[in-house]
Design a protein around this ligand. Structure first.
Ligand code: NAD
Length: 360
C-alpha cells in the first residue's frame, strides 16, 4: 500500500524547500520499505497565475484523494495588490482548513542543541540541551469564529463584537489530540485558559479534566494564559505539551517559536479527523526566493510530522529528526543559520537536503 501525498509547493521558496523534503521522503521510502504516491498540484499565487484561483478545483480533487497534504508556502509581492479575500494565503489556506475541518494545529518549538545561540534566551535559562515544546492550538473555533461578530451601531453609538464560544465537543476533541501527543512525548500537558474571568474557559477546564481521566499516565496542570506567557520565557523546560484555544494558542505558539530564534527550522501540522496538512511556519520568503539559499529544515521536519501523525511511522519520523540534528551537529548551516564560527560549513538548500537525506 502506498501512502498518498498531495504535494502543494506554492510560491517563492515553497518549491525549493519542497524538493528537499521529497528527497528525504524518497530516502525514507528505500530505507524503511514504505511507498509514497505523490500528486503535485497548483496552489496560491502560482495557481492564480495559471487558472485564476488560489485553490482550484483540480487541486481540491488531489487533496481529496490524498491521505496527507504537504504544503510549501504561498504569497508574494506579485499578488499583494489583489483584494484581501483573493490573496493567496487567505484564498488557499483558509479553504483547505475548512474543507477538511483541520481543527488541531500542532506547532513544535524546538531548539536543537547545535542552535542554542540562535535563541534569544540566555544560556543559563536554556542549559545545554535546548528545549522541546509542542503547542496544540484549537484552530476552527473560539473567538475568531464565534457569532455574533461585527461592528454594530445603536442609537448613534458603534460597538465592535467578537464572541468567545466553545462547545464541549470542540474542547474534548482538541484535548484528546493534546493528550495523545503527550503520550508519544514526555506525558505532560499544560492546559492554558483564563478561567478566572472567562466563563467559556471554566467549561474548557472542566472538559479537559474529564478527558484527562482517560489518560492516567499523563500529568495535567492548568495555567492562566498570562502566567503561561511568562513561564514560557522564564523556563521553557517546564513544558512538554501546551494545550490552548484558538486565540491563546495563536499568541503562545508565536512566542514559543520566537524563543527558538530560527524561522527556517519550524514545522507545523494541522489535523482533522481524516486528513492532515503539513507546512513550515515560515512564508514564501520572496526576498531570497530563486537563490537556492533557503533553509529546507522546516519543510523537512513538516514531512517528519506527516510520517508521525498521518502515517503512524514514528521510527521513520525519528530518523528524519535525528538526521536534521546530526547535520546541524556536524556544522552544516544554510545562510540563515550560518554565523561563520569554526566548524561551520555554509551550504545551499540542495546541499542541506542531500546531507540530511544521506544521514537517514
Ligand atoms: P516569511 O516567513 O516568508 O519571511 C520572513 C523572513 O524570514 C524573510 O527575511 C525570509 O527570507 C526569512 N525566511 C523565511 N523562511 C526562511 C527559510 N526557510 N530559510 C531562510 N530564511 C527564511 O514571511 P514574510 O516575509 O512576512 O512573508 C512573505 C510572503 O509569504 C507574504 O506574501 C506572506 O503573505 C506569505 N506567507 C505565507 C505563509 C504560508 O504560506 N503559510 C505564512 C506566512 C507568510
Amino acid at each position: 500500500m502506498a501512502y498518498r501525498v498531495a504535494v502543494l509547493a506554492g510560491d517563492g521558496i515553497g518549491p525549493e524547500v519542497m524538493e528537499e523534503a521529497l528527497k528525504v521522503l524518497d530516502r525514507i521510502s528505500s530505507k524503511f520499505g514504505v511507498d509514497f504516491e505523490y500528486r503535485e498540484a497548483l496552489v496560491g499565487g502560482a495557481a492564480i497565475d495559471a487558472v485564476g484561483d488560489a485553490f482550484p478545483e483540480e487541486t481540491k480533487q488531489v487533496c481529496d484523494w490524498a491521505d496527507a497534504i504537504l504544503f510549501g508556502a504561498v504569497g508574494g509581492p506579485k499578488w499583494e495588490s489583489l483584494p484581501p479575500e483573493k490573496q493567496p494565503e487567505r484564498a488557499a489556506l483558509l479553504p483547505i482548513r475548512k474543507r477538511y475541518e483541520l481543527f488541531a494545529n500542532l506547532r513544535p518549538a524546538l531548539v536543537f542543541p547545535a542552535l542554542i545561540e540562535s535563541s534569544p534566551l540566555k544560556r543559563e535559562i536554556l542549559g545545554d540541551g535546548g528545549f522541546d515544546v509542542l503547542v496544540v492550538r484549537e484552530l476552527t473555533g473560539g473567538i475568531y469564529f464565534g457569532q455574533p461578530k461585527g461592528i454594530f451601531e445603536e442609537n448613534g453609538v458603534k460597538k465592535g463584537i467578537d464572541t468567545l464560544v466553545y462547545y464541549d465537543w470542540e474542547i474534548e476533541r482538541i484535548a484528546k489530540v493534546a493528550f495523545d501527543a503527550a503520550m508519544k512525548r514526555e506525558k505532560r500537558v499544560a492546559s492554558v485558559d483564563k478561567a478566572n474571568v472567562l466563563t467559556s474557559m471554566v467549561l474548557w477546564r472542566q472538559v479537559v479534566e474529564e478527558v484527562a481521566k482517560s489518560y492516567p499516565e499523563v500529568e495535567l496542570r492548568h495555567l492562566y494564559v498570562d502566567n503561561a506567557a511568562m513561564q514560557l520565557i522564564r523556563d521553557p523546560h517546564q513544558f512538554d505539551v501546551i494545550l490552548a484555544g484558538n486565540m491563546f494558542g495563536d499568541i503562545l505558539s508565536d512566542e514559543a517559536a520566537m524563543l527558538t530564534g530560527s524561522i527556517g527550522m519550524l514545522p507545523s501540522a494541522s489535523l482533522g479527523e481524516s486528513k492532515g496538512l503539513y507546512e513550515p511556519v515560515h512564508g514564501s520568503a520572496p526576498d531570497i526566493a530563486g537563490q537556492g539559499i533557503a533553509n529546507p529544515c522546516a519543510m523537512i521536519l513538516s514531512a517528519a510530522m506527516m510520517l508521525r501523525y498521518s502515517f503512524d511511522l514514528p521510527e521513520a519520523a525519528d530518523a528524519v529528526e535525528r538526521s536534521v540534528e546530526q547535520a546541524l551537529d556536524e556544522g552544516f548551516r544554510t545562510a540563515d543559520l550560518y554565523r561563520g564560527k569554526p566548524g561551520e560549513v555554509k551550504v545551499s538548500t540542495k546541499q542541506m537536503g542531500d546531507v540530511i537525506a544521506e544521514r537517514i
